[in-house]
Design a protein. Structure first.
Length: 404
């Protein structure tokens, strides 16, 4: 039947998300040896998404508490938001004591980026936004959706597999006061390349000199060197007494992907500014999804606020972090043995869940079509998808496509 109503007749088919589309293709693949290294999800040594013991214990507690499922405050529960601030800044940080931070529960880290971008666009409509080259694909989409013109600054050095500090600082000289800069606080997605402490100092100086607005994305706190170590750059920015916006997520660190639980935090100059910023954040949330859901925030705040569960979570998170490190070492060892003469040290120098493997789009396609190994066309692999049962197969396939 042909409709006489033409509204949707010319709507084009949108391109598949470059990462989620690969995940769909992996699910449809019938090869028993298939390996999914595309999507940013932590798998345990058995290749399964874990349900953390601390989460199970918190869930049992919450399921025994029957309560009305009424609307939450637009910014989420205070007990959750306070726990987020303490995790990012430290429990005794003067910014928290002085009321110079405002936090709102969000729909994952993506939701925090969306609310933060909409907030900033309403405050500084003429500003540009700057993202690293490369960055997580959704950064650009979210910023552009908020109305920003987006520029890229140099970040990854393909010749070394490391960080291009000089290129970044040179590009930021073109940024104007008030421009927004997205920075990955730790475990850079997609490259796994992080600045050193000294390099961060130079970045801080440049951001301060150019009067830029730092928007820190910390989706992987705890997967680099540890909870406090990975959030150190947030405290260093806070010490500069500049406005700081932070998008954080518990999807990975709590293995709560489907709960969509994150937070937007803004560091302010004084309690009055905090109050005014909260009113604007609530305005953005109200016009977007109105109120956040209950269960994910309840799980996270229960774990973070009960010392025994907090200790268990930190132990489990350390286990995930250490397993990823072990997989990096194994992958380097197995690929190096098959491609003698090539230096793969960058694999173990990179941090967090992701690694830029050095493979190009054609090689990534060959991995998928010939070996049913799914990686992003940029060459990014999710190291957390490796285990002792598949790392040899992956290394052999990588070596084969590298040799042509």
């Amino acid at each position: 039947m042909t409709s006489s109503f033409p509204l949707f007749a010319a709507v084009p088919l949108a391109a598949r998300d470059p990462i989620l589309g690969l995940n769909e293709a992996y699910q449809a693949d019938t090869n028993p040896k298939k390996v999914n290294l595309s999507i940013g999800v932590y798998y345990n040594a058995a290749g399964k998404i874990p349900v953390l013991s601390c989460v199970q214990k918190a869930m049992q507690t919450l399921l025994g508490q029957v309560s009305p499922r009424t609307y939450q405050p637009m910014e989420g529960p205070a007990v959750y938001n306070q726990a987020v601030q303490k995790l990012l800044l430290g429990a005794d940080h003067p910014i928290i004591k002085d009321g110079r931070a405002v936090t709102a529960q969000s729909l994952g880290g993506t939701g925090a980026l969306k609310v933060g971008s909409d907030l900033l666009a309403s405050i500084c409509p003429n500003a540009k936004a700057w993202v690293s080259s490369p960055t997580w694909d959704n950064h650009r989409a979210i910023l552009e959706g908020a109305g920003f013109s987006v520029e890229a600054y140099a970040y990854y050095d393909a010749t070394t597999g490391g960080f291009n500090l000089a290129g970044m600082l040179n590009d930021l000289d073109r940024a104007q006061p008030g421009d927004v800069i997205i920075l990955h606080a730790c475990c850079h997605n997609p490259t796994g390349v992080d600045p050193t402490a000294d390099e961060w100092g130079k970045i801080l100086d440049k951001v301060e000199q150019r009067k830029l607005t730092p928007f820190l994305d910390i989706a992987y706190q705890g997967f680099g060197d540890g909870l406090q170590e990975d959030s150190e750059i947030i405290r260093r920015f806070a010490a500069r007494n500049m406005p700081v916006i932070i998008a954080s997520s518990f999807s990975k660190s709590f293995s709560l992907y489907g709960e969509r639980i994150g937070a937007l935090t803004v560091l302010t100059a004084n309690p009055d500014e905090t109050k005014r910023l909260l009113s604007q954040i609530k305005r953005v949330i109200r016009s977007n999804y109105s109120n956040p859901p209950i269960f994910g925030a309840s799980l996270v705040s229960t774990v973070l606020n009960q010392p025994d569960l907090r200790a268990l979570w930190e132990e489990e998170l350390a286990g995930m972090r250490n397993r990823i490190r072990e997989m990096r070492l194994l992958l380097r060892e197995r690929v190096s043995a098959r491609v003698p003469g090539k230096n793969f040290d960058y694999i173990v120098k990179q941090r967090g869940m992701f690694s830029y493997s050095g493979l190009n789009a054609q090689q990534a396609q060959k991995l998928r079509e010939t070996y049913s190994i799914y990686i992003v066309e940029s060459g990014r692999i999710c190291v957390a998808g490796l285990n002792v049962d598949n790392v040899d197969y992956v290394a052999e396939a990588m070596a084969a496509v590298m040799k042509g």
